[in-house]
Design a protein around this ligand. Structure first.
Ligand code: GRG
Length: 301
């Protein structure tokens, strides 16, 4: 049923390519005269390493659905990609997931060393808040304060950091579905949800729309990580641009480990259907978000 709502005239491939180009350009011009030069290089190395740019694209699409001007959401979209990138840099460190491949190239610490990897992550995180608070124009302080609050929550203990800590604590242990869902919703889902919510806040969404978008985003956030778990088992490092099969080596509990691949896929598809159903009332206007939900389910990397 949800599929019918995606307008046949909506060209998702063209939309995605255009949105990605727009985000890449904004990211490229987002870093100013950071000094010393090596810090700037390390920040740019990871921020401009490619990636799907799904979070900033969700932020812009969400703003557009609310009827807002997505140019005004661009600094926040960049900020969200900065937070995401810093979380990848820190996640790859030897003391965390200890990986040497990310976005198809050596991880930040492999190139710049652990200290600069930590510090370039710190600099990206703080720069993100500068983007929202000082580099956004035409949005009221009240709305921007809500965005800053939302991003502070999802980056910290109530979001990514908390999820990462529980994830690390659970390595090598038997984990139940409830704990796994907690990890996924915090470590991965929180920032995806915030991407949608922040775009809506900047666009001036009313409570009904904000609530609908939050529910849509929670579902796609969890589905995204389930698909990530599946791809870790079924895909290759070449396609993913990061080390495949990592979860098994690190003895992590994943959806495929608990439910099997088929049931995990079914669960991800169910979440995507739920997400799309929530946006039914917005029909044509929701075409980009509906297609992005489907992309999350069907992506190959
Ligand atoms: C945010 C303060 C702060 C600290 C970070 C290390 C850490 C705390 C959290 C780990 C978060 C993490 C790395 C979660 C995994 C999320 C995930 C599935 C990433 C892959 O996202 P994609 O596929 O990657 O969108 P690309 O490269 O396409 O952007």
């Amino acid at each position: 049923m949800a599929k019918e709502v995606i307008s046949s005239s909506f060209d998702f491939a063209a939309y995605l390519a255009k949105a990605k180009t727009r985000v890449e350009a904004a990211l490229d011009s987002s870093l100013g005269p950071e000094r010393p030069e090596e810090l700037r290089e390390a920040m740019r190395y990871s921020l401009l390493a490619g990636g799907k740019r799904l979070r900033p694209i969700l932020c812009l699409a969400s703003c557009e659905l609310t009827g807002g001007d997505s140019d005004k959401a661009l600094p926040t979209a960049v900020a969200i990609e900065m937070i995401h990138t810093m979380s990848l840099i820190h996640d790859d460190l030897p003391s965390m997931d200890n990986d040497d491949l990310r976005r198809g190239r050596p991880t930040n610490h492999k190139v710049y060393g652990d200290a600069l990897a930590i510090l370039s992550g710190d600099a990206l995180l703080t720069r993100a808040f500068e983007m929202v608070s000082l580099r956004t124009s035409g949005v009221s302080s009240e709305r921007l304060l809500k965005v800053v609050g939302e991003l502070s929550m999802v980056a910290g203990a109530p979001g990514l950091v908390g999820g990462q800590v529980v994830d690390l604590q659970c390595e090598g242990k038997n984990v139940d579905l409830e704990t796994l869902e907690y990890i996924h919703l915090h470590k991965t889902g929180a920032l995806l949800k915030a991407s949608v919510v922040c775009g809506a806040l900047i666009g001036g969404a009313n409570e009904d729309l904000l609530d609908a978008l939050s529910r849509y985003a929670k579902s796609i956030g969890l589905a995204f990580q389930i698909v990530d778990d599946i791809l870790d088992v079924t895909s290759s490092s070449d396609v993913l641009g990061k080390t495949a099969g990592k979860d098994l080596v690190a003895d992590k509990t994943t959806y495929p480990k608990l439910l099997g691949i088929d049931e995990s896929r079914r669960k991800a598809n169910e979440l995507i259907d739920n997400a799309k159903a929530v946006l039914q009332p917005w029909r044509e206007k929701a075409a980009p978000l509906l297609a992005l939900a489907e992309y999350i389910a069907t992506r190959d990397r």
